[in-house]
Design a protein around this ligand. Structure first.
Ligand code: UTP
Ligand code: MN
Length: 488
């Protein structure tokens, strides 16, 4: 026994991996078939969507005539390409206007048409670009005015590329590729990285379609992502002769996918570093052991108040929550503002010498910023380090020598640095937090305004008071037991 183990360790591992690999491939094909059968819309569902979309288009064009506006409707997005997941039922209808129309007129006439089409059931969304949401035949419908630009590299409003995306993708997708897109979308959904909205900061549907076209199948996308590195460049139409050129254009983006209809645009611009890395890890784990749970993960368990109390205690950190009324803005404005505010608070705490271990944001009608500090109490004495040896220290010494907060110094420490020891003033994090919430420097605009009208700070176990809200309890439970979805 021992002898054979000593003689053939290499062969044994190789064989072991080869067998596992083959089993994986067989297993994977079975698995993917099963996933597809669950997420692919049925014939009846397709017909139904086709009918509703057709009716909507007809209505848009009618209303254009009625209002004597030179414009027409176009079905875009996943509904137009047959790449929508059964669970996601949305129809994107764009209303295309001639380029020469002013921006003001586009918004005015676009909204007038959309309002008339939507009727009473509607919600007006004013983010960067105004559009209208409505419901029809069980579908969520977006009615979006845009310019019918001939060159998508010269768009006049943020959404003008979509009709070009529509033409590009639909002329290239086959029915086999559509299935592959569905698998990729569901995998991204299951691993929590699907959606280019600014709350999720993940992969858009269009990005999934481009990746599928690029690599040819779901499996090959996953196989490629397995080796992706930061700053990965994908340039479907070879718009740039060298990869470095594309990378230089988007130096901070973890993934660069050059938009085939507009080389100046990174399709993955909204993707966060966290979601990029999550997808790469998910791909590695999936290839190692394909499993259904990558597509439909278990929901995190909702903890009881006692369990929450127990976990907060066990962590031994100091958790603060700052809660306030959610400002009345669209999600694509709210979440970036909450993140910005959270970052501002973290920076101030860090500057004051505290250390933030982890943090989070949550919102529905109330908004909450969670800050978990690993160092929340500091000694009163605080070292002030002078300039390096070759630099004149006169100003530094003068400044601190007369300070009322001086405890010791100047002196030279074991590392040769010139030091004063002064009193810190604030030794607890809470007053710093309160001070920062009064100053509101570098906060999101609407969030700052809401906080100025009032906020609450809870610390440690007190946070359980916020658990009267069930959705918050879910959020806090997930925070305390954080795990990648496919490990749940
Ligand atoms: P959607 O967000 O509705 O995406 O945007 P989708 O492709 O229809 O996918 P799902 O199935 O609904 O999730 C509609 C169109 O807007 C453009 C694309 O052209 C997309 O097809 N779009 C949207 C982008 O180019 N980038 C984005 O981040 C979002
Ligand atoms: Mn859509």
């Amino acid at each position: 026994m021992v002898k054979s183990r000593l003689t053939f360790p290499q062969e044994k591992t190789k064989l072991f991996y080869l067998r596992r690999q083959i089993l994986n491939w067989i297993e994977m094909d079975v698995l993917l078939k099963k996933v597809l059968s669950e997420v692919k819309p049925s014939k009846a569902e397709k017909t139904r969507l086709g009918k509703v979309a057709g009716k909507l288009l007809q209505r848009v064009n009618e209303v254009c005539k009625e209002l004597d506006v030179y414009a027409h409707g176009m079905l875009v997005g996943s509904a137009a390409r047959g790449t929508w997941l059964r669970s996601e039922r949305d129809i994107d209808i764009f209303i295309l206007f001639p380029e020469r129309l002013s921006r003001k007129k586009l918004e005015e006439k676009g909204l007038a048409i959309a309002r008339k089409v939507a009727g009473k059931v509607r919600k007006e969304q004013f983010a960067e670009h105004p559009y209208i949401k409505t419901r029809m035949g069980g579908f969520d419908v977006d009615l979006v005015p845009c310019y019918d630009v001939s060159n998508p590299a010269q768009i006049k409003s943020a959404v003008d590329r979509s009709p070009h995306h529509q033409r590009y993708i639909s002329s290239r997708l086959t029915s086999e590729l559509r299935d592959q897109v569905l698998l990729l979308k569901q995998f991204m959904m299951g691993t929590g990285v699907y959606g280019s909205d600014l709350k999720t900061q993940g992969f858009s549907g269009y990005l999934c379609e481009l990746l599928t076209l690029q690599y040819g199948s779901f499996k090959r996308v996953i196989g490629a992502a397995n080796h992706w590195e930061l700053g990965e460049v994908i340039d479907p139409e070879k718009a740039y002769s060298i990869e470095g050129e594309a990378r230089e254009l988007f130096p901070k983006d973890p993934l660069i996918v050059i938009d085939p209809v507009d080389p100046g645009r990174n399709v993955a611009a909204a993707l966060s570093l966290q979601n990029f890395a999550t997808f790469v890890r998910a791909s590695q784990d999936f290839l190692r052991k394909p499993d259904f749970r990558f597509f439909t993960p278990r929901k995190p368990r909702v903890l009881t108040p006692q369990e929450i109390r127990g976990l907060i205690k066990k962590r031994g950190t100091k958790i603060f929550s700052i809660s306030f009324t959610t400002p009345d803005v669209v999600p694509d404005m709210l979440y970036p503002q909450l993140l910005k505010t959270k970052r501002a608070l973290m920076a101030q705490l860090k500057d004051a010498g505290f250390r933030v271990l982890r943090s989070g944001i949550w919102a529905n009608n109330k908004s909450v910023i969670l800050l978990e500090l690993s160092i929340s109490k500091l000694p009163n004495v605080h070292a002030r380090v002078g300039p390096p040896l070759q630099v004149d220290a006169d100003d530094f010494v003068k400044k601190h020598l007369t300070s009322r907060r001086k405890l010791a110094g100047p002196f030279i420490d074991d590392d040769g640095r010139l030091l004063f020891e002064v009193e810190r003033g604030y030794t607890e994090a809470k007053p710093i937090l309160k001070w920062a919430l009064t100053q509101r420097v570098a906060f999101g605009k609407h969030v700052a305004r809401s906080i100025s009208k009032g906020y609450m700070i809870h610390e440690g176990e007190e946070i359980i008071k916020l658990c009267k809200n069930k959705e918050f309890t879910k959020f806090l439970s997930e925070y305390l037991t954080l795990r990648l979805p496919w490990y749940r």
